[in-house]
Design a protein around this ligand. Structure first.
Ligand code: ARG
Length: 462
């Protein structure tokens, strides 16, 4: 059993079960890089504050670099009884440089240390996730471009509603992802505040130059209140919320892929590379990757609720409960990155069954609204037009006929306002072309949306 840094005050060693229970090294080892970067910067700050000599500082930095390599190569043994990554690194440092190593923690607490690491992590991971989202958006843009001529039924209540371009439908997800990136950027901005210097809770008394320290660590802001700084996890909650929202979007997309690839819909076929077979039914091809993406959304929501619940009863300032933030963060970022690692290619490799979509548009009276609008343009109040066309639909249903097969004579039987050109509005193409306004599904507008999307990807920060 290793001596604890706080052993001076204690008469009995910690129980082994308690040690195991409270140790976080198994997972917070993932913070090692951020912790070492922070340690190096902190050593520099202590040098400037004259707590360390130049020689001591150089020795510490060299040893920290060796520790980094040791962790990376797996040659440095991490010990659960040393609780966490911070104390493991400190112990390894003292092993290497002796008493000098004991000076590094001057003025610092693990409270400001861990908050700094976590913020560095979130800053880094948001950039990574934004990059992955961009990759997925690029695939969506390419698919939308490629399938500009494909018409599909748009749905409400999962009932056929109105014809839309398949590309327009795809671009809806592009927009959601755009918001996700903006949300992640705002998380990054929130994480970009340095808590280092806050000490345990009251601040640091060694005259640190925090501006310099922040610059060195890449933080653009410094926390304004040391008590808040060590106990605040809003940035973590915001990040996991942004991940939850992203997962919710991808889960909806997954649900559509599952539905579309069913025998009943058959709008798409997912590639063999992104499906699985059945261990019992030889004919099966299952959309497991889409299902897992949908299913894993739950665990990210779980992390969000876990974090919010963890925080709600905490008095100021640091409480050990806060250690629980790590697994929630890791779980959210790993899950999101996992889903984003399969999604672009899963989409890119799917086959789009354009004829089947087009055939589906033909059944279900999808242009009934267009027919009502025809009457509106001839002065019939919309509610009346709605009623008239409703009756036409009922008639078609009874006679097992599609709307576009109604003759002018038949139409006139329902309203004298129908003229020779009324059947023109009944085609899916004319319906789609008529939605020619910002955000609409007309080919011109969708092409424009794709073009703008590409421009955004090139020039936007998000
Ligand atoms: N492993 C701890 C955490 O993640 C580090 C901070 C410990 N601080 C303390 N006062 N016990 O929160």
């Amino acid at each position: 059993m290793k001596k604890k840094p706080w052993s001076g005050r204690f008469r009995a060693p910690m129980a082994e079960t308690a040690e195991l229970f409270s140790s976080s090294i198994n997972y917070d080892v993932r913070l090692y890089k951020h912790d070492i970067v922070q340690n190096i910067a902190y050593a520099g700050a202590l040098l400037k504050a004259k707590v360390l000599t130049a020689q001591e500082c150089a020795k510490i930095i060299k040893a920290l670099e060796e520790i980094l390599k040791g962790i990376e190569k797996g040659t440095l043994k991490l010990k659960p009884e040393l609780e966490d990554i911070h104390m493991n690194i400190e112990a390894a440092l003292i092993d290497k440089v002796g008493d000098i190593g004991k000076k590094l923690h001057s003025g610092r607490s693990r409270n400001d240390q861990v908050a700094t690491d976590a913020r560095l992590l979130v800053k880094y991971e948001t950039t990574e996730i934004i990059f992955l989202i961009k990759k997925l958006q690029t695939v969506i843009l390419n698919l939308a471009d490629e399938h500009l001529k494909v018409i599909m039924p748009g749905y409400t209540h999962l009932q056929r509603a109105q014809p839309v371009l398949f590309s327009h439908h795809l671009m809806a997800y592009f927009e959601m992802l755009q918001r996700d990136k903006e949300r992640l950027l705002s998380c990054q901005n929130e994480a970009d505040v340095m808590p280092l210097g806050s000490g345990a809770l009251a601040g640091n008394s060694f005259g640190l130059n925090l501006d310099l320290l922040a610059k060195e660590l890449g933080f653009s802001k410094i926390s304004k209140n040391s008590i808040d700084a060590v106990s605040d996890r809003d940035f973590a909650i915001d990040f996991v919320f942004a991940c939850s929202m992203l997962m919710m979007h991808l889960s909806r997309f997954s649900e559509e892929l599952v539905i579309w690839s069913s025998f009943e819909f058959n709008f798409i076929e997912l590639s063999d590379k992104y499906t699985t077979g059945s261990s019992i039914m030889p004919q099966k091809k299952n959309p497991d990757l889409a299902e897992l993406s949908r299913g894993k959304t739950g665990r990210v929501y779980g992390s969000l609720i876990g974090l919010l619940t963890m925080m709600k009863g905490l008095p100021l300032a640091y409480n050990r409960d806060l250690q629980e933030d790590k697994e929630a963060l890791f779980n959210a970022m790993d899950t999101v990155k996992g889903v984003l690692s399969v999604y672009p290619e899963m989409l890119e490799s799917m086959k789009v069954n354009a004829e089947i979509m087009a055939a589906a548009v033909k059944k279900g009276f999808l242009t009934a609204t267009d027919l009502a609008y025809y009457l509106v343009r001839r002065g019939v109040p919309f509610r009346e037009a709605h009623e008239i066309v409703g009756k036409i639909v009922a008639y078609c249903e009874e006679s097992n006929m599609q709307l576009e097969y109604m003759s002018l004579k038949q139409l006139k039987g329902f309203s004298e306002h129908f003229e020779y050109d009324s059947t023109r509005v009944l085609s899916a193409e004319s319906s789609i072309a008529s939605r020619d306004l910002q955000g609409g599904t007309s080919p011109k507008r969708v092409r424009e949306a794709i073009k703008n999307g590409r421009k955004n990807l090139l020039h936007d920060k998000a």
